[in-house]
Write a protein that binds this ligand. Sequence first.
Ligand code: ADP
Length: 268
Amino acid sequence: SQPTRISLQIHPYGKKRKLMITRDVTAVQLAEAMRRDFVANVSHEIRTPLTVLSGFVETMQSLSLEESERITYLGLMSQQAHRMQTLVSDLLTLSRLEGSPAPGPGEWIDGDELLGHVLQEARGLTAVISDPPHEIVQSSVAGLWVSGAKTELLSAMSNLLSNAVRYTPGGGRIEAGWRLRADGWGEFFVNDTGPGIAAEHIPRLTERFYRVDRSRSRETGGTGLGLAIVKHVAQRHGGQIDVHSVVGQGSTFVIALPPVRVREHAVN
Ligand code: ADP
């Protein structure tokens, strides 16, 4: 349909000259629809754990429970509270990323140091949630230094690794590392042997709350905001996120960042 336009006519200082401002109303309507969608999604995401939580509270009030049952119920309640905490924390991260200016050229950060940190975290995660745990390997040391905001980069890298752990069946292989592109850009990549993602989903993965496998996401504590956060971090650093995936074989998620520094004598 044709975009609706409104015109505003202003007579500055009583002069005859007119200033016409044309605004595209469809863009405004679209933004409003997206905002409504977002609020509906957030409400739904919060309501689910809250319903479960209050259900448990009522059950505990009405039943006289054995000590072991009481402990089980409290454990389940704590899981739901934790889920809400993660959601709120991801929402805050996202709103900070959207609302603040890009970090600009920051300090030079050792890519391998960031990598070591997120690999250790992922090994901790797989030990807790996967049986058997994944084989998590670091690709060769690239010796790259990237410019930007350390906490933001860490959060993006950690999101990609935790997705690989959460979506790849236990015992699978996950490889992560940095590589230098011919044009001087640096790429952080995470490669998994998980279920893969069909091509039609790929363009939508970074939308807030978009999930391919809703139940797997929920089961493993996903908020549906991880890849939206990764996309924002990449863009704020002048870079982008890329996804390559083959259903039944696995996925590779890449954060590409503008020209990086290479440490001398780096082994690639
Ligand atoms: P979630 O919290 O649901 O994991 P994300 O924004 O991180 O949200 O990811 C969006 C969706 O992309 C996930 O729900 C999942 O369906 C899919 N996805 C992300 N990473 C992977 C992966 N490594 N393998 C398969 N599917 C993935």
